[in-house]
Design a binder for this molecule. Structure first.
Ligand SMILES: Cc1ncc(COP(=O)(O)O)c(C=O)c1O
Length: 424
């Protein structure tokens, strides 16, 4: 039977058998015992299914991976210790020294640091694009060493909406996959695989956990990209000597990408989630559909309120008619655009800081996208390492305030903004 996404948030993943606990048990064990010495050898050769060591897999973690794979409509998923680890491992899984990849220039500042500085030290080059560029301009950046295209469904904090079909088509014309960071949208609002994306990543620390309790990340494999036909990914189509010559596309078919990420990269980098963390994430996922709907409704109401305020210079929320991304939001995010709104106040940085200091309900935190309303000044925090030029390219001026609308009563959130604006 096929359930709706709201039902899957609660029911997918853990399926207890007769007499087993009804809710997901925490399997707090690093290791697993086998009666037969040969059985473990088969696990090490990837010839049998089973858990061998929690750095690579764990039953609690696996149940949550299954749930997220089902929510996104993928063939498999892998949880990681943070969203950063998910982004890194997803790209590094198919991109090596001497190769390059294409990324949107308005993605999360942490991803920009990772791509521009740390991965550059590994000999991997990132080539940035923006959504004002024509297809021809984007395609001129591809060469024979280009391995993927990367963007965010709703960019943090630019809140631009990715034209997933368009960038999937461009990537596929060059025989490479489109990777989409779906953190802000969550599968409740957008499922990138439905529009041609090939791999999805998440910072589960945001709406998925939803309570600012547990850091985590996830990679989901859509299972539709034909690695063998592309001919550009020997790491998936040629023998892996660290597993006695296994060929991932032959041994694991549609799950080749995610299997390699787990058995090779999670094994080697150890960016593994804790079973307790996976349990907490699952609690968050159970209510995600309800929360994300409320976040979206509240954010639209807040955006409409801000639009009417004299001291507010501009408001950015994709679901506002007149927003540059309104039509893309209607296409890709018909149910809502999640809870993040950005706006600018008259008076630049000083006024922005003053407003933030005057808010009472909305607290100043680095985090975004959880149940509590929060506020942040990206230019002096999350995007501090970016040059002025990069900040301008990402659309982040000194007056820019990122407002993460929570699931409190929206009239309280608006009253808080009103009293803070009055103090300017
Ligand atoms: C869109 C996006 N991707 C990735 C990350 C990194 O995730 P984490 O903080 O869980 O490492 C973040 C964090 O804010 C994010 O907003």
């Amino acid at each position: 039977m096929s359930y709706s996404i709201d039902t899957k948030c609660i029911q997918s993943g853990y399926q207890p058998k007769n007499g087993q606990p009804r809710t997901l048990p925490i399997c707090q064990s690093t290791t697993y015992q086998y009666d037969d010495a040969d059985a473990l050898g088969l696990l090490f050769d990837l010839k049998a299914d089973g858990h061998m060591y929690t750095r690579i897999s764990n039953p609690t973690v696996a149940a949550v991976e299954e749930k997220i794979a089902d929510l996104e409509g993928g063939v498999g998923a892998m949880l990681t210790s943070s969203g950063q680890a998910a982004t890194f491992l997803a790209v590094f899984n198919i991109c090596s020294a001497g190769q390059n990849f294409i990324a949107m220039n308005n993605i999360y500042g942490g991803s920009i640091n990772l791509f521009s500085v740390t991965m550059a030290r590994m000999g991997i080059e990132v080539r940035y694009i923006n959504d004002q560029m024509t297809d021809e301009e984007v395609e001129a950046l591809f060469d024979e060493n280009t391995r993927l295209v990367f963007g965010e469904t709703i960019a943090n904090p630019a809140l631009s909406v990715l034209d997933i079909r368009r960038y999937a088509a461009i990537a596929h014309r060059h025989g490479v996959p489109l990777l989409v960071d779906n953190t802000f949208a969550t599968p409740c609002l957008c499922r990138p695989f439905d529009f041609g994306a090939d791999i999805v990543t998440h910072s589960t620390s945001k709406y998925m956990d939803g309570h600012a309790n547990v850091l985590g990340g996830c990679i989901v494999d859509g299972g539709c990209f034909d690695w063998a036909a592309s001919g550009k990914f020997p790491e998936l189509t040629q023998p892996d000597e660290s597993y006695h010559g296994v060929v991932y596309t032959e041994a694991f078919g549609r799950a080749a990408f995610i299997t390699k990420a787990r058995v090779q990269l999670l094994r080697d980098f150890g960016a593994t989630p804790m079973p307790m963390g996976a349990y907490l994430l699952n609690l968050g996922l159970e209510t995600m559909a309800l929360r994300v709907q409320r976040h979206s409704e509240n954010a639209l109401a807040v955006a409409r309120f801000l639009e009417k305020q004299e001291k507010v210079l501009w408001v950015n929320y994709p679901k506002l008619p007149g927003n540059a991304y309104y039509h893309l939001a209607e296409e890709y995010l018909p149910k809502g655009a999640s809870g993040v709104v950005s706006f600018g106040v008259q008076g630049g940085r000083k006024a922005a800081m003053h407003l933030m200091n005057s808010l009472k309900l909305a607290r100043i935190v680095v985090h975004v996208a959880d149940a509590r309303t929060s506020v942040l000044h990206p230019a002096s925090t999350t995007h501090r390492q970016l040059t002025d030029e990069q900040l301008a390219e990402a659309g982040i001026g000194p007056e820019f305030i990122r407002f993460s609308v929570g699931i409190e009563d929206v009239s309280d959130i608006i009253a808080d903004l009103q009293q803070a604006l009055e103090q300017l």
